[in-house]
Structure formats: structure tokens, C-alpha cells
Ligand binder design. Structure first.
Ligand code: G6P
Length: 459
């Protein structure tokens, strides 16, 4: 078995329980083969030289963690700029929020080149290389230009937009051409695969050269959907652990006469958080029996604060929550509990279990793992109901959730009401089916399916 090399912008120590399912799953694979995990150290060096960053390596068991610092200029152009002010908004269909500042792409390219340069001497001839997410699209092309011949796979964790949205990025052709330096490109959903395929047919005159293999831009690549999952056993253990049990009991005591609606997200405009507050307001308006009885808890963890669109969202949300609480609140009832902090991971399953309704209503999302975590945390004898946006990648798999269009405020409010009213037998039946699918396509399935396809790609 060849050694696995994982490359992602952010790293997590796979031995730490707070690391989450993805880090645990990748860590497991890295542990098996004795691997290398490479990426940004998280450190920004003021006044450093662009395209240069110190490399740090340390051992975490059999896994080597190799990280590189970024100087301020590189960080601002590569991470805040091109990654999070161009690629993130456009890939989430938000052309209105993109900032196509011409200087960003040079920084993005410079950091990808630097990563390739720093990584190259650490590679072995028979390594299998797995690159993650939108920060690193051109990495394989840079590595190939430096002579790297190993198998390289890429997984995009966020959506692949339709061709005409992609075409709004001035460098769209360069980005898509770069993907042809990989042996395998993995996407979250069939919709994403069809967007990719349509783009390369229209813009790169792609031809199909085998099942899921496309030739375009002078290269050949395999493209497939690998919907990412969670570590069901680990999350179940976390749900049964004392911290989660205590959180669940505290919530039930605190809100003994109320039904809880729960949303947990990064504070990101792709998550549809203001739309959700408007739908909740509509619920209180149309179905007044929920006043004084259905409390919405919204945990929005701080994210990318230095990007303008995020600061604007924060202000909008504060205003919206304030107005719902002002208009509908009672002396002993606060309709919305909005928390702009990160909740400890060990408390998340307890919160989920205490909530009668899980609200996962992004305007666009690659997958959304909170949807899967909410289902796994439920008591199968008396499960809560998942209200899920049809625009989350997870909606392709989780058909037994109540699927909503978050832009439709009334329709979403009606579905929340349906969730609150759903009879026990129907809740159990839906939960059972969701659980079976989440268990079958868990994060271990995802990792194995991707790596297997990468081994076979191009054979
Ligand atoms: C999304 C992306 C990840 C990213 C994460 C947190 O899930 O797909 O690549 O790491 O958001 O965002 P941040 O900018 O803090 O890394």
C-alpha cells in the first residue's frame, strides 16, 4: 500500500477528539499507511516576503504534519482574497458578493506554487496524493510542472457551479484546465458532476473517453461524485458521552415547556441564516400557537470576520433577531436565542438531541454535515425532524427529511409547522431511513471509495 499524502489549507491534529469526522477519517487513513499531512500553519507573518514561508514539521504518531507560514500579503491575496472573496462566493452562486480584484489571483498562484515547491522534496516516488478544496485547485498543475508524476486526486468540498456562473470568474478557463492535471476529481453531488461536465463540454470541447472519464484542454480526468459522510460510530459515542448527555438534560430542564428548533452553522452567507429567521417569524405569525412555546436556538460560529460580506451579514442578523425578539418576545419567553460563538464539539450532539426540529437551510452548500449529525444524535424512539434545504448537497441523499426552498419564506414556515406537528410513527419511519443511508455512506465509505477510484484512475 502506498503512503498517503493529504494536502489541505487547514490541518487538524487527527489525534484530538475535537478534530471532527473529516480529520478523524483522514487521520485513520494516514495512520494506516504512515502518512504526511501538508498545509498552511495558520500563522500569518507580518512583513514577510511574498511566496516565501517557513516550513515546520512535527510528528503526530505515525503521521508527519508539515505546515508552512504565510506572509500577510500572501494570506490577504490567497486566503481572504481569491479563495474567500472570489471562489467561495462564486462557487456558492453569489456573484453579487464576489470581489474580482485583479491582484488576488497572483497571490493565489504564488501560494500554490510555494506549497508545491515546499512539498516536492517531502514526496516519495510511490506516494498517493490527495488535495482538498478550493484553495488548492492549481496545486497539481504546479506539482506536475515541477516533475511530479505520482497519482494525484482532488476533492472539492464546496459546490461546483453551473457553467455560466463559473464563467463570471475572469480566470475560469485556467482554473478548470488546472483540474485536468489531476487523475481524479471528486465532487459532492451528481448535480456538481453535471455542472462540471457541461462546462468542459461547452468551453473545452470535452469528449467522453470511458465511464466518467473526460478528455479536454489536452488532458484526461476522471470525475465522480463522492458525497462526504460523517463518522457515525464516533458521533454516536459523542452523543452518549457525559458532556452531551448533560447538555441535553440541561436544555430540557431550561426549556421544559418549550419545543426547540436548532440551527448550528458557521456565520456564512451561504447558510441562509437571515432567511431562516424570516421563516421563523412567519411561523409565529401564521401559527400563533407556537408563540411562547417554540424557541429557536441559532448558533452561528464566527468565521472569516475580515471579509466584508461576513461583517455585513453579522449586522443584518443582529437586527433581524432583535426585531423578532422585540415584536414577539414575552417577559418569560425569548423567541430567538442567537449565539455568535463556537460551541464545544462535545456539546453539539446534546443540543441536537434536545431539539424537536433541526433547521439546516442553506441557500447553497456542498454537502452540510450538520444535517447528518442532527439525525445521528436523535433518540430513535422519539426522534426530532430534520428540515433541510433542497439546495444542500445532502438533499440528494436525505430524501426523508422535510425538504424546503429557503427562499420561500411561507413554504419554509409551513414545513417547520409540519415538523412540529409530525406524529411519532412518521418521525420514526423517516428517521430510520435517514439513519440507514447516513450509516451506509459514512466518512469511511467516502474515503475508501475516493482512494479506490484514485488507485484505478487511468489504469
Ligand atoms: C468550509 C470549507 C473548508 C474550510 C471550512 C472553514 O467547510 O469547505 O475548506 O476549512 O469551511 O473555513 P475556514 O475559512 O475557517 O478554513
Amino acid at each position: 500500500m502506498s503512503r498517503l499524502v493529504v494536502i489541505s489549507n487547514r490541518l487538524a491534529d487527527p489525534r484530538k477528539p475535537a478534530a471532527g469526522g473529516l480529520a478523524v477519517a483522514l487521520g485513520e487513513a494516514l495512520n494506516q499507511t504512515g502518512g504526511l499531512w501538508f498545509g498552511w500553519s495558520g500563522t500569518v507573518v507580518e512583513g514577510g516576503t511574498p511566496g516565501e514561508g517557513e516550513l515546520h514539521t512535527r510528528q503526530a504518531g505515525p503521521v508527519t504534519l508539515a505546515t508552512v507560514d504565510l506572509c500577510r500579503e500572501d494570506h490577504d491575496a490567497y486566503y481572504q482574497g481569491y479563495s474567500n472573496s472570489v471562489l467561495w462566493p462564486v462557487f456558492h452562486y453569489r456573484l453579487d458578493l464576489a470581489d474580482f480584484n485583479a491582484s488576488y489571483v497572483a497571490g493565489y498562484r504564488r501560494v500554490n506554487q510555494m506549497f508545491a515547491r515546499k512539498l516536492l522534496p517531502l514526496l516519495r516516488e510511490d506516494d498517493t496524493i490527495w488535495v482538498h478544496d478550493y484553495h488548492l485547485i492549481p496545486l497539481a498543475a504546479e506539482l506536475r510542472a515541477m516533475g511530479c508524476r505520482q497519482r494525484i486526486g482532488f476533492f472539492l468540498h464546496i459546490p461546483m457551479p453551473p457553467p455560466l456562473i463559473m464563467a463570471a470568474i475572469p480566470q475560469h478557463e485556467w482554473l478548470m484546465r488546472s483540474l485536468f492535471a489531476y487523475d481524479l476529481v471528486g465532487l459532492q453531488s451528481e448535480a456538481d458532476v453535471s455542472h462540471f461536465t457541461r462546462y468542459v463540454r461547452n468551453e473545452g470541447s470535452a469528449e467522453e473517453v470511458g465511464a466518467q472519464r473526460l478528455r479536454a484542454f489536452g488532458g484526461t480526468v476522471q470525475v465522480q461524485a463522492f458525497p462526504i459522510g460523517i463518522d457515525v460510530d464516533e458521533f454516536t459515542r459523542l452523543t452518549q458521552a457525559p458532556d452531551a448527555v448533560e447538555t441535553c438534560e440541561n436544555m430540557r430542564d431550561e426549556y421544559s415547556r418549550r419545543r426547540l428548533l436548532l440551527g448550528i452553522d458557521r456565520l456564512d452567507y451561504s447558510k441562509g441564516i437571515p432567511h431562516r429567521v424570516r421563516a421563523y417569524r412567519e411561523l409565529l405569525d401564521r401559527y400563533p400557537e407556537n408563540r411562547n412555546s417554540a424557541t429557536m436556538i441559532m448558533i452561528a460560529s464566527p468565521s472569516r470576520d475580515d471579509v466584508h460580506a461576513y461583517a455585513d451579514l453579522r449586522h443584518e442578523l443582529e437586527g433581524l433577531c432583535g426585531s423578532v425578539n422585540g415584536d414577539y418576545g414575552e417577559l418569560d419567553w425569548m423567541p430567538v436565542r442567537y449565539i455568535h460563538r463556537t460551541v464545544a464539539r462535545k456539546r453539539v450532539p446534546g443540543l441536537c438531541r434536545a431539539a424537536a426540529v433541526g433547521l439546516v437551510t442553506p441557500l447553497r452548500d456542498g454537502m452540510n454535515l450538520v444535517a447528518k449529525e442532527y439525525v445521528v444524535a436523535q433518540d430513535p424512539e422519539d426522534p426530532g425532524v430534520l428540515v433541510l434545504s433542497r439546495f444542500a448537497g445532502a438533499a440528494e441523499q436525505l430524501k426523508e427529511a422535510l425538504l424546503v426552498n429557503p427562499y420561500d419564506t411561507q413554504g419554509t414556515a409551513d414545513s417547520i409547522q409540519q415538523a412540529l406537528q409530525m406524529p411519532l410513527a412518521e418521525r420514526q419511519a423517516r428517521h430510520g431511513k435517514l439513519m440507514a443511508r447516513i450509516r451506509e455512506y459514512d466518512v469511511h465509505w467516502w474515503r475508501k471509495a475516493f482512494l479506490q477510484a484514485l488507485q484505478e484512475a487511468g489504469d
